[in-house]
Structures are given as C-alpha cells and as structure tokens.
Design a protein around this ligand. Structure first.
Ligand code: FAD
Length: 472
C-alpha cells in the first residue's frame, strides 16, 4: 500500500513523538515508524522504568528511617515482583498516554522497521523487535510511504566493549536490566557514570549487594569533585563497594578480571549479574546512509544547527545525532525540526541552542547540574551552601548535601547540587543562566518559606555579602 505524508519520522521515542505532535499542530500530515514500542528507550527501557524503580527504592529508604519520625513499621520486606509489576504499570500507562496523544493529533503509527529508500520514500517492513533489543521478528507485509521530509529519530543503544560476549548469561545491558523481574543477590556495575549510579542506588536500596568498577579516578567524573565524592560516600555507607581506577579486561560466566591502573595489580570479582553501563552510542543505519550520502560519524548522524542532515529533506534529532543522551534535548530538537520543516521559508529557520542543558542523576539524594564550570576561576565567586542551613530540609530531616554556585560579574554561570529532590529546584538556575539574569534581581524576589528553593536566594545573598538566614 502506498501512502503520502509531509513527514515520516523513524523512531517513536521522545524526540520522534514530540516532533510528530508539533508537525500535526502546524497542519502537517505525519507518520511515525517504530520497530519496538511507542515511547522509545525513554518510556520503555530508560527514564520511566528507572525512575519508577527509584521511587520504590526511595520508599524502602524512607521506611527504614520511619522510626526517626515517630512511626514504627517493624521490619521491611522488599517484594521485587511487586516493584517490577508497578514499574510495568507505569510504563504501560505512559505508553498509553503517548499513543492517545498521537491518535488525538491524527499521527499514523506503523509497527515495523523503517528503511530509507530515497529522500522521498520510506519502506516499512512489518515486525517487532525482540525483548533482547537486537533481533527483529518480521511478519509478512510492507508499506511504502511517500514523503516530502524524513526525520531520523532512531535513538541510541548501550555501548558494549568488544571483549564482552553479549550472550554470556551473566551479562546484562542497561536496556534490559530495567525489565528484570527478580532481584539479583549481587550486581556488579561496569561504569560509575549517571546510569551506573542510578542502578547502584536502585539495587542497593532494594537489597542487592552492589559493586561498581570504574576506569576513571572518580565516579560521575562529569560533576564537580565535591559532588562526586559526596555521592560516592553516600553509596559506600549504603554498602556499595566502589573500585575506581580499574580497567575491566574480561567478564566470563560470572567472573570479572580487572587491572588496577595505579598499582597494576589484577583483581578478580564474582557476581550473579554484570551490568555494562559505560555509555551509549547513536543507532546509525550505516549502509543506507552511505548509499544516500547522509553524513555520519562514530558519534551519530551529522546535523547543522537547524537539524538538517547533508541530504535536503532528511533531518535528524535526539540521541541519533550524538549531541546528547538526554530526552529533554531530543524533545527540543524534535520541536525545532518540526517548526523548521513546517516553516514557510528558510529565512525563519530556528536554531538549536545547546548552551543551557540541565542534567539530573536520580540517585538518593539527587544530583543536578547546569551551566559550564569555568576552568579559570579568576574573578569567579564560588559559593557552597549546605542544605543543613535550609529550614525545610531541617523540618523534613533531609539535610544531606549542598548547592554550589559559580558566579561571575553578578551572573550565574554554573550550578551543581546534591540533595533531596534537587531536580525540582533547578529550573530556577537554568532560567537564570539562559536569560543572563543578574543575581541581585533574584536576591530581591520573595521565595516562599519554608521551601527548598529558598537555598537559591540564600546562595545569592551570601555571594552578595547580605545573607540573613545563615553564616558559614
Ligand atoms: P529513543 O528513545 O532511543 O527512541 C528511538 C526509537 O527508534 C526506538 O524505540 C527504536 O526502536 C526506534 N528505531 C530505531 N531504528 C529504527 C528503524 N529503522 N525503524 C523503526 N524504528 C526504529 N534521559 C533523560 O533525559 N532523563 C532520564 O532520567 C534518563 N534516564 C535514562 C535511564 C536509562 C536506563 C537509559 C538507558 C536512558 C535514560 N535516558 C534519560 C536517556 C533517554 O532515554 C534518551 O535520551 C531518549 O530516549 C532519546 O530519545 P530518542 O527519541 O532520541 O530515541
């Protein structure tokens, strides 16, 4: 069957489905082709299930402290099958919500693998990806979609080093660990980055013995050293064993061999399960792109600031572009690509701006960061305010952590924090950096009392030498 569209989007993840809705809002006829589930990695294997499980971990953690608040609950038992069932329910309702939204906007959804035949034609081979995330099961039938534009939104996949045999039963990737329905007795995580720290939080809080093996001298090396040390200590106190400066050489049937990069000693570890969390790489359909002249590199599909690839009429967004591995960046790219496609002329093309990207690690407590920490600290004021001075944190006994602010000429240039639900107070910092707000203006705005967000004003007041609620 041949169908005609303004835009065909390959991939139904957050970048793809947000773009589809925006195109439809602007009057375009649009289709999404998805070989797995609508919602992509984020809804089905990433953001949603991991945060659903972290919620169970938080409940376990808070319940263990219940007697400190005068509530006696007796001993705690984690029923992992119920944790998994709740996670699956959250995934299904999120997926259902996205499907409803797409149906409301009359977006056609095709289940199968998309193959770009030319800049004006996409062939859909009907089928569904297996739960291993690798094998495609084709059913009979194909569709031919004629289109004015194509958006590549094919996402990313876990980076697995060459020496790893993915068929080894003790090896698991971050895509699939999220779908397990039994709690591993012990779990070894290769990589102490964002995904590694989140999984260490989940599984250590639910009762697994967790160890992390990290190649670099510290975990979450992308954060300020104070933050990574703080989170490392929190996890260690919770029983997580962390080896830094260790290079993994082999993993085979539950046995890992690693080399200490400082002493050159060899280390051997046993584990029921090994999670490979050393990063993600863009999904790139090499042969097709080579044939069509779509430029790509090891990072992903190359795009300009308008999200155009090297082939007119073909666009790319989300993890597939290798610009970032964050759903909110993909969503923004999706909206901008949609508006550029549906725009009336080239003069009004909207540029993607990557300069202010907030990022969160959903550990307990959470880590949040935005802005670029300057290497040269000359004329930069660095302010560190502990949550212990914040009244709400004291009332709720969530005093762990601090915020750190980098301020230059009364403008915030970077902020990082570790503390209870810091993700929810961080948009204020993102907005300030994006809008180049003067901290003196924010310091004069009333912040509700008692709230965690008051810590922002406390920090700015302190930088200006006029803090009234604490001293250091
Ligand atoms: P994806 O969500 O990867 O979707 C791409 C889709 O394209 C897939 O469903 C795939 O099946 C489909 N596809 C690929 N090729 C074809 C083809 N040829 N034909 C048909 N379909 C195709 N990000 C955050 O911002 N916050 C978080 O808290 C967060 N947590 C995460 C936790 C984990 C464990 C993981 C793994 C990731 C997490 N991420 C998080 C990252 C986030 O999931 C990704 O940035 C996001 O999913 C990227 O969206 P996307 O639309 O680019 O691609």
């Amino acid at each position: 069957m041949i169908k005609n569209y303004d835009v065909v989007i390959i991939g139904g993840g957050p970048s793809g489905h947000s773009s589809a809705v925006r195109i439809a809002e602007l009057g375009g006829k649009v289709a999404i082709v998805e070989r797995d589930y609508i919602g992509g990695i984020c809804t089905n294997w990433g953001c949603t299930p991991s945060k659903a499980m972290i919620e169970s971990a938080k409940i376990a953690y808070d319940t263990a402290r219940a007697s400190e608040y005068g509530i006696e609950v007796g001993s705690i038992k984690v029923d992992f099958s119920k944790v998994a069932a709740r996670r699956n329910k959250v995934i299904e309702s999120t997926r259902g919500f996205i499907k409803d939204l797409l149906e409301y906007h009359k977006v056609d959804i095709y289940q199968g693998e998309a193959i770009i035949d030319s800049s004006k034609k996409v062939v859909v081979k009907h089928g569904k990806l297996d739960s291993d995330g690798i094998t495609m099961h084709y059913t009979s039938g194909e569709d031919e979609l004629q289109t004015k534009n194509i958006i590549i939104a094919t996402g990313s996949q876990p980076l697995i080093p060459g020496f790893i045999d993915e068929k080894d039963p003790s090896i698991i990737s971050s895509n699939r660990l999220i779908s397990i329905d039994h709690l591993p007795k012990n779990l070894t995580i290769i990589g102490g980055g964002v995904i590694g720290m989140e999984f260490a939080t989940i599984f250590s809080s639910l009762g697994s013995k967790v160890q992390i093996v990290e190649f670099l001298p510290r975990c979450i090396a992308l954060t300020d050293v104070d933050i990574s040390e703080y989170l490392t200590n929190v996890l260690q106190k919770r029983g997580v064993k962390i080896l830094v400066n260790h290079k993994v050489l082999s993993i085979h049937q539950g046995q890992l061999e690693a080399e200490n990069q400082v002493t050159k000693e060899m280390v051997h570890l046993n584990s029921e399960m090994f999670l490979i969390a050393i990063g993600r790489k863009a999904v790139v359909h090499n042969e097709t792109y080579q044939k069509l002249g779509i430029h790509f590199s090891g990072k992903g599909v190359e795009v300009n600031d308008y999200l155009q690839t090297s082939v007119p009429g073909i666009w790319a967004i989300g993890d597939a572009t290798g610009k970032s591995i964050l759903a909110h960046v993909g969503i923004q790219q999706g909206i901008i690509a949609a508006e550029n496609i549906m725009g009336k002329n080239n003069a009004s093309l909207r540029k993607m701006d990557y300069s202010v990207i907030p990022a969160v690690i959903y550990s307990i407590p959470e880590v949040a960061m935005v802005g670029t920490v300057p290497e040269d600290l000359k004329s930069v004021k660095v302010v560190k305010v502990p949550f212990a001075i914040n009244l709400r944190a004291n009332i709720e006994d969530k005093k762990d952590g601090f915020i750190k602010l980098w301020i230059k000429e009364n403008q915030l240039i970077a902020a990082q924090a570790i503390g209870h639900n810091v993700s929810e107070i961080f948009q204020e910092f993102s907005n300030m950096i994006a809008l180049r707000t003067d901290i003196r203006d924010v310091s004069e705005i009333i912040h509700a009392h008692p709230t965690y967000s008051e810590i922002a004003r406390s920090g700015f007041d302190y930088a200006l030498g006029k803090a009234v609620d604490f001293h250091l």
